[in-house]
Design a protein around this ligand. Sequence first.
Ligand SMILES: O=C(O)c1ccccc1NCC(=O)[C@H](O)[C@H](O)COP(=O)(O)O
Length: 210
Amino acid sequence: MQAEIKICGLSTEESVEAAIAAGATHIGLVHFPPSPRHVDLATAGRLRALARGRVKVALLSVNAEVEAMSRMLEAVMPDVVQLHGSETPEWAALLRDKMPVEVWKALGVKDAATLEKSRRYEGAVDRLLFDAPAAALPGGNGEAFDWRLLAEFDHTIPWGLAGGLTADNVGAAIAATGAKLVDTSSGVERAPGVKDAAKIAAFCAAAHSA
Ligand SMILES: O=C(O)c1ccccc1NCC(=O)[C@H](O)[C@H](O)COP(=O)(O)O
């Protein structure tokens, strides 16, 4: 079965259309002002409307408080909220309980202990997204981590793989880890925050043929 594909950090209509045309299953909209991929809520709402019924939309946030989160969800009504900060299992579970969205938690994988600690999110989230550890940004840094850690781990929560994935390495990443969802951002850009339709197409083709 083909892996699901999330193209993250989209900010224009053209890039949304490119991801859909290439066969992505999910797109990600980053609402985090320090990021070069940040979209304001009006733009996120517009892109979400364009994608509705065609591809699932994840809204990314970093340590949003209750009021900010409510505003974001009301404005965008995403399918998924992706928590990309230090959000606790309790906060994730509350969101999942109260809001009509899937809740995903991104975790920066340093070592096997990170994966053991991820079990705290059992029952609290719909999916974990294993990514490289935070660097200049909490995510979207174009760095990979040691995929062997995922292959050796006994997963009990649905999960996806992110971090430094490109058309050139996504096949190997799927083969090494068995990932059922792969996520990329920098790997399909020509400059930070500027997506490249040809790279999106190449990434999706490589993931599909893995
Ligand atoms: O992409 C960002 O700028 C970003 C900012 C703040 C929080 C999360 C962010 N991105 C998260 C993603 O889901 C990325 O797709 C993921 O980290 C992989 O990024 P990359 O290594 O660049 O492919």
